[in-house]
Structure formats: structure tokens, C-alpha cells
Design a protein around this ligand. Sequence first.
Ligand code: BTN
Length: 334
Amino acid sequence: MTAHDILSFLISGEWISGEEMAKKLAISRAAVWKQIQVLRQRGYEISASTGKGYRLAKKPDLLDADRIFGCLKTKWLGRDMRISAQVSSTNAVALSLARDCQSGTVILAETQTQGKGRLSRPWVSPPGGIWMSIILKPKMPLTHVYQINMAVAVALCRALSSILGLEAGIKWPNDLLIRELKICGILMEVGAQVDLLDYAVVGLGLNVNNDPSSLPAEWRLTSLAAELGHDIDRCDLIARILEEIEVAYENMGSKEIYEEWRSRSLTLNRQVLITSVAGDKVGEAVDLAEDGALLLRTGDELKRVLAGDCIHLRPLEASCERRDEQKASYEPRA
Ligand code: BTN
């Protein structure tokens, strides 16, 4: 018997007597009281009244393994879950553990002190967000890792749509936007032999109850709470996200995932600025290939772009002819 068993009686918010819980769990009332204290120490506000028993007055907005497991329906994803109050970066922790733990292990933290974004950018990770890394060990050539990204991005969109009714789109390669504002970033890091994947660490930074207005406006961020006007139960959301990721991952590489990833694209048919190690390119994103490449039309040329950073441009800016004029006048949209 754990505190979670007691929590499952209280979660409805109704009064329930210590005696009833003790009877149902075949334990003493003193044991019930002990677990009530454990929950209070974890931040649960529990009212007590003679005659009525106990009632959950307020759930804390804290990551709680018991609460996540209480609603998690996955077969293997998240069955090993490690939650910390603070880490440098959940991706860094996952990378350090990856060789010695099973595929599907999940690392979560309330805050990160050195959260990593793509292209070595910092990722600000205050309390209230979901900062999560998943260790995955599919048997696949290194060249196929884009399939993991696609599956995870699609799964996240499905989760936000089905649980919260929010439709997110995908900015190539894998940012999730709502109303052109970034709600989620994905950072995948891998360990591999020459061309065979050993493990992938998929890091998700999802703005949930954290306040995006405390961050620079030019980052153009939003959060689920800002979109919905109320806080979200992160434990429930994590469970549902993991369920969607498990389903999409098991279907990874399929036409269905590719087509959904493509149809959710906000980049397709847009004028974009692509920055990559190969330099900057402005053009029209005319297609997205099955291997995740962006097909960019620049003048008469069609280029395949496999990696890089993408900025959605206003049509006027992209039609500027001189390269330096474009650079001077573009304004990131997201
Ligand atoms: C991006 O630049 O859009 C990717 C951001 C990824 C952030 C997440 S938060 C959890 C995980 N740990 C990290 O250090 N980064 C990823």
C-alpha cells in the first residue's frame, strides 16, 4: 500500500472517511493517517473533519510519479520513469544513462538549469513546463532517425488535440506552434556506431503552466495555460502524451505518420529563410519529402534541405531581390 492508493480515493475531491479507506485497503486507520501525512508533505492540501473524514482541497502542480502511473496506459513507454526537482538538462541525464537502461525510460524534471535547445541555444525551463527526455532504442540505421522525430511531433499534435482541443501545427523541422507561437520544441540527440543507431534521446520542451510572457517577446512563445486560460494537470497530460508517442512510435516510418506530419506542416507553401552550416537560403518551401527533407525553390533551382533552422517570412520580405536587403528586413514570425 502506498500514498498513491490513498490518493486514488481522494482524487475525486469528495469527502471520504478514514474508516472506509482503511476497510477497502485492508489496513488500519493509523496506516491511512500516515499516508495522508506523506501526501501532505508532497504538497497535497488535504482537509480533515471529524465525522466526514478527508477531502483533497488542492492538488499541487507537481510532477508526481504515482499520479502519472495512476493514469498511464502504455505498455512499455515510461514504465521506468525518473523525476527530479532540478537537473542541468534532462537530455544530458538521459544521455548519461542511455547505455544502461531500457528503451522507453523517461527522465523528467521540474526545472533545468542548463536546458538545451537546437543549434546549441539555451532552453529556459522554469517550473510549470514539461521538460522531458525519452530514451529510445529502435533497431534502425542512423539515416532513419528522422522517423523518430516525425512520429514524436505527430504524437504531440494528436495529444494536444484530443486532450485539450488545441490544434498545433509543425514548423519544419519539428517545432510545434499554436497561432504561429511556439508551444513545444524537440531536441533529438543520438548515440551511434558508424551507421547503426544505439539509442536516441528525444527531449521535449512543452510550455504548459509556465508563464511565457516572462520571456522575451521576440521568442514568440506561448503556453497551454495561456491558450486555454487555465492551468493544466501536467501529470495527466504526460501520461496521455506518452500514450500517443507509444502508438506513433510503433507506427513509425509508415505512410500514415509521414502524411500526417506533412499535412500538419505550417511551413509548406511558405516563404522561408533557412539557416544551416551550408549558409542561408531564402525560398519557397514547396514540399516535404518522406525522409523529412524540405524542398526549397530558390529562383529556378529546387534544393533539398535536410537540416537547418527555419524562419517563416512575410511574402514581401521573401520577394526582395537583393540578398542583403532580405537579411536586413526579415523579421522572424516564429
Ligand atoms: C528547440 O530548440 O526547440 C528544442 C528544445 C528542446 C528542449 C527540451 S526540454 C527537455 C530536454 N532537455 C533539454 O535540455 N532540452 C530538451
